[in-house]
Design a protein around this ligand. Structure first.
Ligand SMILES: [Zn+2]
Length: 456
């Protein structure tokens, strides 16, 4: 009897196994969306990919992206796909959409997508229009009901953007968190209350929440909150809490500048003191004034007239950002967010740039790629992020001698160099910088309990 062909055979690459801290020259056989065999393979395949000179890595997993812009949901996905991201978790920083509207908006995604329910969306849904308002008992009860419904539908958990809703009470946080304790494998991601030196107290608040509820708490884009002199102290706090059995984790991106909307409370008067930097450190990243540094006049005008203008704030310390990313717990993430195709270069460059930072700091390839694969996979309790028989066939194949981010603050959507192929669900979706249609991703929905059917 003739043996069936594989769909794809990836031949002669340097295959990295981040979970085993190993790499070896071998081949990988793929069929029907799964990895079938890894080793010295000779069998024929419908398609053979010659990976000579390239690294074959599990597809990158972005645990922190944003995909909320209804007018253009796909540019963010395309930019991540071109970096080698094959799975992403949307809805961070309190802004996650409701599952039904999100799935209707996307229909078929470019990569595998999971979603967090956004606290600030829940607030809007119960009628809170003032971001500075403290929710009352009735509003909290309404949010808890909505959250319960979303978790039943497969949301991966709840995201908070506390800096954007600064008067959220401890009671509101705690009662919403309690809803998650009735479900299996759900996480809380938190953009903490404040950056700068006050971040220490804001991180402690979340360590306490994880400890008291027993839930997994993922601190969002950690370096951007702490890299003002507090990063090492916060990392030590996280290490100590974990030794005590507290399930606290974090993600971080590799740039010394953050990006958000000018109308948000982040830019309320007084920010200069938090960062010890003035308006000249703030660069307009979208709209009519794109590329200009802020002055008093422009700040005042945009705050009132164009609050959805994105601002890039060049205010963090790069050495501290690197310390955060090097920590053995750090998930390399993009925090990709766009407005009218404008934004921060992390949208198109975060993964190659983070990988370069880690390699420059002396990590091996398996150690480096773990930050983009096995670590976020563990954070999300998903099967991908490793190369093993039976695992999902999601890959990025890149030339290590050419891998570099090209996106800049002037041109934030420039794709990287060196990414040769990206494979999602056993299908080639990027070939030498070109995205192949149709879209091949799927939504990941968390089932109610371990015994029910896994993600679709
Ligand atoms: Zn955030």
């Amino acid at each position: 009897m003739r043996e069936a062909q594989w769909d794809i055979l990836i031949q002669d690459g340097l295959v990295v196994f981040p979970d085993e801290k190993a790499m070896r020259n071998c081949s990988v056989g793929i069929s029907r969306g799964k990895i079938i065999s890894v080793g010295d393979l000779k069998r024929s395949a419908q398609r053979v990919i010659d990976a000579t000179g390239c690294i074959v890595s599990p597809g990158f997993i972005d645990i922190h992206m944003h995909n909320e812009e209804r007018e253009d949901p796909f540019t963010v996905q395309q930019s991540l796909l071109l970096q080698g991201v094959t799975t992403a978790l949307a809805g961070n920083c309190g802004s996650g959409l409701f599952i039904d509207e999100y799935m209707a908006m996307i229909d078929v995604p470019y990569m595998n997508l999971a979603l967090l329910t956004g606290h600030n969306r829940l607030r809007e849904a119960v009628g809170i229009t003032d971001v500075y308002k403290e929710a009352d008992r009735r509003e909290i009860a309404g949010m808890c009901r909505l959250l319960d419904g979303e978790l039943r539908k497969g949301s991966f958990g709840l995201s908070f953007g506390l800096e954007y809703a600064p008067n959220t009470s401890k009671r509101e946080i705690r009662q919403l968190a309690e809803v998650l304790t009735d479900f299996d494998r759900r996480l809380i991601s938190v953009h903490i209350r404040c950056d700068g030196s006050a971040c220490v107290g804001a991180v402690q608040e979340m360590i306490d929440l994880a400890k008291e509820t027993g839930l997994r708490v993922q601190l969002s884009h950690l370096g951007s909150m702490t890299a003002f002199g507090a990063s090492q102290k916060v990392l030590d706090m996280i290490d100590r809490a974990r030794l005590d059995g507290v399930d606290i984790r974090f993600d971080t991106y590799p740039y010394a500048a953050f990006c958000t909307f000018i109308g948000s409370p982040v830019f309320d008067p007084g920010f200069e003191k938090r960062w010890n930097k003035g308006l000249e450190a703030l660069e307009v990243a979208s709209g009519l004034y794109k590329g200009r540094r802020l002055d008093e006049q422009l700040y005042a005008r945009l705050r009132i007239e164009e609050p959805r203008t994105l601002i890039v704030a060049h205010v963090m310390d790069e050495d501290e950002m690197r310390i955060c990313l090097r920590h053995p717990l750090a998930a390399l993430a993009s925090d990709a967010v766009l407005h009218e195709k404008s934004g921060h270069p992390r949208v198109a460059g975060a993964f190659p740039r983070g990988i370069r930072w880690l390699k420059d700091d002396g990590l091996s390839w398996p150690e480096t790629l773990a930050h983009a694969t096995t670590i976020p996979a563990e954070d999300m309790w998903i099967e991908s992020g490793r190369i093993a028989e039976g695992a999902p066939a999601d890959f990025v194949i890149f030339d290590p001698s050419r891998l570099v981010d090209r996106a800049t603050f002037e041109d934030p959507l420039l794709p990287p160099d060196g990414i040769e192929y990206v494979i999602v669900g056993g299908q080639v979706v990027v070939e030498r910088g070109i995205i192949k249609e149709p879209r091949r991703g799927a939504f990941l929905l968390r089932p109610m309990s371990l015994s029910s059917i896994e993600e679709v």
